[in-house]
Design a protein. Structure first.
Length: 235
């Protein structure tokens, strides 16, 4: 298939049309941003790692009955996906308190939560991706009540699968952000990526952070942490 005009360029990926209207090509970039674009940089090898890791995880999720946009890997940095319209919602699950919720609610980083917290953020950089609830999403026509139900149920299922999957690899899944899209025939599928850019991964034994917090907080060994995560999921 052919890579045609670029549809969109985000902070970490580019999306291209193909000669098939139902398929897009995603190209993963090494660019990294944090704090709503205030901090900018590049993480060597990130594009390759996140492309591969998303492919492995989305394939595993498909095997467990979760519908995703992933079709196949095309190259080191490119994958073929189903064309979808992305819901402007960042869907977050938190198993352990970390990051923004600690500042927002006075929780201690590393505090295990009694039950997972489900959050929506309105995906809009101009307003700093604010936290919203179902009522905002429905009132603002970001998704319907029925779509939200599918998204929430699927997200909790994904959390159950991922928690177990990563624990077997010696990783504590602290929290993650996912996105959903709708295909031309109306199916709601998991889209975007699952990678150290979009999840918090802590080593079970040492508590070492193996994710983008190394970039956000200037902890060093960023590339090594991403490499380590890929190694863990590949064996
Ligand atoms: N996250 C993301 N993109 C964003 C904001 C958050 O992928 O634009 C992920 C982040 O990596 C973490 C989870 O969502 O795994 C929760 O992030 P949080 O709200 O704590 O925000 P942060 O501390 O990253 O600003």
């Amino acid at each position: 298939m052919e890579k045609l005009e670029q549809l969109y360029e985000g902070k970490a990926k580019k999306v291209f049309k193909t000669d098939n209207p139902d398929e897009f090509i995603i190209e993963y970039k090494d660019d990294a941003t944090a704090f709503n674009g205030e901090k900018k940089g590049s993480i060597g090898g990130k594009g390759i790692i996140n492309n591969k890791m998303t492919a492995v995880i989305f394939t595993m999720l498909e095997e467990q009955g979760i519908k995703t946009h992933f079709i196949k890997l095309l190259s080191d940095k490119e994958q073929l996906v189903k064309a979808v319209t992305i819901f402007p919602l960042e869907v977050i699950i938190r198993n352990t308190a970390a990051g923004s919720i600690c500042k927002r609610l006075g929780l201690t980083e590393g505090q295990k939560l009694e039950s997972p917290i489900f959050e929506f953020c309105y995906k809009n950089d101009d307003y700093g991706d604010p936290v919203i609830n179902d009522y905002h999403a429905i009132a603002m026509k970001l998704a319907t009540k029925e779509e939200i139900e599918v998204i929430r149920d699927t997200t909790f299922q994904i959390n159950d699968i991922l928690l177990k999957y990563f624990l077997e690899k010696g990783i504590n899944l602290i929290d993650f952000k996912i996105e959903f899209g709708k295909t031309s025939d109306g199916q709601i599928v998991l889209a975007d990526e699952i990678s150290p850019d979009t999840c918090r991964f802590w080593d079970v034994e040492t508590g070492e952070k193996l994710d983008k917090d190394r970039f956000r907080r200037d902890l060093g060994n960023i590339e090594e942490a991403y490499e380590e995560m890929l190694k863990r999921i590949e064996c």
